[in-house]
Write a protein that binds this ligand. Structure first.
Ligand SMILES: NC(=O)c1ccc[n+]([C@@H]2O[C@H](COP(=O)([O-])OP(=O)(O)OC[C@H]3O[C@@H](n4cnc5c(N)ncnc54)[C@H](OP(=O)(O)O)[C@@H]3O)[C@@H](O)[C@H]2O)c1
Length: 222
């Protein structure tokens, strides 16, 4: 595991959530490698960000190349393609943290919780990748719309993972984009964050909210 995270690969960073994270982390000073199934699409996404902010350190790549070059990797593709994408980049993940943002939505009933048999998408990712990769689950409850804009985001992030040190690193990255991150326990608890997304989608629809999120209440003692 890298001592200090300086570069972040975002696989599927051409999409809504990954694009929002690329925007926020690159503006916070990280080197961002936008991964895609095609080099051209990754480069086009990087060029679009650079057109807006020319001084950023952002480049476009194929997913495996991005994963191999970066200190830490983030997976931001739809659930249906989560495991197949991880298979294609597995060799580039050895010894690294993988942040998995996947929500196991099963269209068309995306407002209904439908967790996979193994409990959660994050647990499936860890099982596929093995102990050599530390999977940390985060960002399931942040609407991409908030990350694509530059206003303050009133939304907390549940961070789950089996190693405290890895969660700590991810919480620092959560804070770097202006959000509050919480140690939310082992990776098995990712099921709660993944399920919460369908609850939030139902709230969005019923109350006409664009990107409802969660905020943890309470104050630390002493
Ligand atoms: N959108 C949100 O507000 C939000 C919030 C929280 C969590 N999430 C989770 O974040 C993940 C990404 O969501 P999103 O809304 O950003 O998705 P998206 O925009 O629909 O797709 C993201 C990227 O996935 C890649 N992709 C599409 N089809 C693929 C395939 N067949 N195989 C491999 N890669 C494929 C594409 O990249 P290339 O074509 O460049 O390869 C695409 O740009 C999902 O798991 C979602 O549940 C989303």
């Amino acid at each position: 595991m890298a001592d200090k995270i300086e570069s972040i690969a975002i696989l599927g960073g051409t999409g809504d959530l990954g694009g929002g994270l690329a925007r926020q982390w690159s503006r916070a000073g990280f080197k961002i490698l936008i991964g895609s199934r095609t080099l051209e699409k990754g480069q086009a996404a990087a060029a679009a960000l650079l057109a807006e902010f020319p001084d950023l350190n952002v480049t476009g790549h194929e997913n495996l190349d991005a994963a191999t070059q970066a200190d830490l990797v983030v997976l931001t593709v739809p659930f249906a393609h989560q495991l197949s994408t991880l298979e294609t980049v597995k060799q580039g993940l050895s010894g690294k943290i993988l942040i998995d943002v996947t929500v196991p939505l099963v269209p068309p009933k995306v407002g209904t919780v439908q967790l996979p048999e193994k409990g959660s998408a994050a647990v499936m990712a860890q099982e596929l990748l093995g102990a050599d990769v530390q999977v940390v689950s985060a960002f399931q409850n942040v609407g991409a719309v908030h990350l694509q804009e530059d206003h303050k985001i009133e939304c907390d992030v549940l961070v789950t993972g089996n190693k405290r040190a890895a969660r700590e690193i991810v919480i620092e990255l959560v804070e770097a984009v202006g959000l509050r991150g919480w140690h939310a326990g082992p990776l098995a608890n990712a099921a709660a964050a993944e399920a919460m997304t369908s609850v939030l989608i139902s709230i969005n629809r019923h109350h006409g909210i664009d990107g409802a999120g969660i905020v943890i209440s309470g104050e630390a003692k002493g």
